[in-house]
Write a protein that binds this ligand. Structure first.
Ligand code: SAM
Length: 366
């Protein structure tokens, strides 16, 4: 191997003091991911003299160069994981991948709380799983012997990301500004009893948007919810599982245990016209329609005081996705601001989302 093939590339140059970021996303959404990150950075300071984002279509990741701007994982919809990139090594020698990686890690300061070996969420990336499983203990043992790895979930994480078997990107993440799960994917298992795979979408949304104490506080037995576009019942199932009463609105049929469930009232009505008789705690909505139409509906529920919390899906158009989301979410913000409502809103393209994103909206105290 040539010595320069393992040369650190992302340590920042004196000339531009660039900071490189490695962002994971759903394959096919690299452009949206980069566009959104650059926009967030530009809102802080103009981006001067940095290279264009390295976008490989369908790769499941992007590398973005910024000046000193910071990125906020919580506010990036298309970014699954946010990593400060330090080194890139191409042409890893097949017989000894470990040494160049250890050399690159040696150049980083401090110790790490967690080591995650990762690969893109693509078919090719999945083929690397056996390799990363075998490689993990080798690297982990070496780093422990050097005193660089200490088990601490709150400390900086070390990411060793293999776009393929012969190259590696090495970076770090801050647990307060990144996803808590390897590859940024909060995995869910399909419950036997749930009537549709969509149930995993709501389960993932609850896990990503709310910490444990918020889940306990906001999803309590005896609460009332409305599920718009409920059939066949995957989202309703997540709520009744938590002993929450649900009014399920859909012209379609509720299936399995939800066809006749003591906590579920099924109404065959239009979800865009339905109005609750009394305010409820939760609104969930998975109706497939224009994002602007769904956003207006959600905003009007909050403005009318019909619910306190909501989780809903916004289907993405084929083009101009970032602009469509901006407009839909901006519309909700305006409706709530006009009413003087305090709120927290977070949107993410979750692992179980395809051409859509999921949004959490909750009223907060003053
Ligand atoms: C993606 S599916 C919902 C799946 C459901 N969340 C689950 O977990 O099983 C969308 C549903 O929205 C319903 N839908 C679409 N437009 C609607 C409307 N205007 N009023 C009520 N339901 C509607 C459809 O009938 C369909 O059942």
């Amino acid at each position: 191997m040539q010595a320069n093939e393992a040369k650190p590339r992302y340590a920042g140059t004196k000339k531009h003091s660039q900071i490189h970021w490695l962002l994971y996303c759903r394959p096919g959404f690299e452009q949206d991911c980069a566009q959104e990150a650059l926009r967030q950075a530009k809102q802080q300071k103009p981006i001067i003299d940095t290279e264009q984002p390295a976008i490989i279509v369908d790769s499941g990741y992007v590398v973005v160069a910024l000046n000193e701007q910071k990125l906020s994982w919580h506010e990036l919809i298309f970014t699954r994981q946010l990593i400060r990139l330090h080194h890139s090594i191409t042409a890893l020698p097949e017989r000894d991948r470990l040494t160049p990686i250890l050399d690159a890690v040696a150049a980083l300061p401090g110790t790490f709380g967690t080591l995650w070996l990762e690969a893109p969420d693509t078919n090719d990336g999945k083929l690397l799983a056996t390799f990363t499983r075998r490689f993990q203990p080798l690297l982990e043992t070496a780093l422990r012997e050097q005193g660089r790895l200490q088990d601490d979930p709150h400390a900086t994480r070390l990411h060793v990301f293999f776009p393929d078997k012969n190259s590696v990107l090495i970076g770090t993440s801050d647990p307060r500004n990144s996803a808590e799960a390897i590859m940024g994917i909060v995995r869910q298992t399909m419950p036997d009893e749930a009537p549709s795979r969509s149930t995993m979408k709501l389960a993932e949304a609850i896990a990503v948007f709310m910490d444990r104490s918020e889940q306990t506080r906001l999803l309590r037995p005896g609460m009332q919810a409305v599920d718009l576009g409920a059939a066949p019942g995957g989202w309703t199932w997540q709520l009744v599982k938590r002993n929450i009463r649900v009014t399920a609105v859909d012209n379609g049929t509720m299936k399995g245990v939800l066809a006749n469930h003591p906590l579920v009232q099924h109404l065959k009505q239009d979800g865009f016209k339905y109005a609750p008789r009394k305010a409820v705690d939760w609104l969930v909505c998975d109706m497939v329609d224009k994002p602007s139409k769904v956003a207006t509906l959600i905003g009007s529920w909050f403005a009318a005081g019909w619910c306190k919390h909501a989780i809903f899906n916004l289907k993405l158009p084929m083009k101009q996705r970032v602009a469509a989301l901006d407009s839909a979410l901006g519309g909700i913000r305006k409706q709530l601001d006009d009413e003087g409502i305090n709120y927290r809103m977070m949107a993410k393209q979750l692992y179980h989302d395809r051409e859509e994103v999921t949004v959490f909206l909750t009223k907060t105290k003053g």
